[in-house]
Design a protein around this ligand. Structure first.
Ligand SMILES: [Zn+2]
Length: 306
């Protein structure tokens, strides 16, 4: 499933490849994407307009056309944008949109599972579109400090992993990079977001930035469907430290990587590098009473529900 680094890779390639090209025609397969039927007026609206900018927020792409119209797109589970030099090339089976340019090249949107999205929006009102309006800030567009993340996580009665995946708090991180970021930050994925110390938030902020930047530099991670604009796989896969490595040795300590399921999705982590207990910069409190209360509370939390 494409996440921020994969979508940013596509955005950069689109910017290099289609900026300034003028649309001659838009052809749709007629199939619904994410349950939404293609707008029959869109082909007429985009005709003759040149591409002015390609932007991204989280996992969403905006292809801005001249005259205040944008194409909003999301790759869903299996979507790809592919560039072809000759628009007469035969499109594969699951191409649901073909944007043909006046110079003879074309851009295809392919999506076998059709969980993606493609629709026209007024550029000036794009931020208010139902899909974009609910998104939190983008971690590449704005750099987050530990304090910023702690603020975004305020009141989040969810695990650190679930916090990172919540697009309404932070837009762009998905399942692969959430596991990688928490591993590199040394934070156990099941830790409650509200229980994280400021040191831990700082480490998450640092690794969030580093992991996304490294993944973008390698054009993202390909497991099955994701491809770049040139139909190439991403090259970050061999850099993964925990994701999809259950049973294999941790690259730091050698302990076998574990897989758990959180919210129906796999999480990978190292049980020895990723602390169950908060990491604090300051020494632990010496009061025995405080630690006794702590211990009894965590014992109670582990009791099965009746
Ligand atoms: Zn380890």
């Amino acid at each position: 499933v494409p996440e921020l680094p994969e979508v940013e890779t596509v955005r950069r390639m689109l910017e290099r490849q289609v900026l300034g090209r003028r649309i001659r025609a838009l052809r749709r397969s007629g199939a619904a994407l994410r349950g939404e039927r293609p707008d029959p007026r869109l082909p007429r609206r985009v005709r003759g307009r040149a591409v002015e900018a390609v932007r991204r927020h989280g996992k969403y792409l905006l292809i801005d056309l001249e005259g205040g119209l944008s194409l909003l797109s999301h790759l869903g589970m299996s979507g790809r944008w592919l560039f072809v030099a000759d628009r007469r090339d035969r499109a594969p089976a699951h191409v649901h949109a073909r944007i043909e340019f006046e110079d003879g090249s074309a851009l295809w949107y392919e999506d076998p599972r059709r969980f993606g999205l493609l629709r026209g929006v007024a550029t000036a009102e794009a931020h208010a579109d139902a899909a974009l309006a609910i998104l939190g800030p983008d971690p590449v567009a704005s750099r987050f400090t530990g304090e910023d993340l702690a603020r975004l996580g305020r009141g989040a009665r969810v695990s650190a992993k679930t916090f990172l995946l919540d697009q309404r708090r932070l837009a762009g991180v998905g399942n692969i990079y959430a596991s990688e970021i928490l591993h590199r930050a040394g934070v156990h994925p099941a830790r409650l977001a509200t229980s994280l110390s400021s040191t831990e938030w700082q480490r998450i902020a640092r690794e969030l930035e580093a992991v996304l930047a490294e993944a973008i530099a390698r054009m993202g991670t390909t497991f099955s469907m994701y491809r770049t604009l040139w139909n190439e796989p991403g090259a970050y896969g061999d850099q993964l430290r925990v994701y999809d490595r259950a049973g294999e040795p941790c690259r730091t300590c050698g302990a076998p990587i574990r897989r758990v399921v959180q919210q129906q999705r796999s999480t990978f982590y190292c049980p020895s590098c990723q602390a169950r207990r908060p990491l604090r910069a300051a020494p632990k409190p010496r009061s025995t009473r405080a630690s006794t209360i702590d211990a009894s509370r965590s014992r109670r939390a582990r009791l099965p529900r009746r």
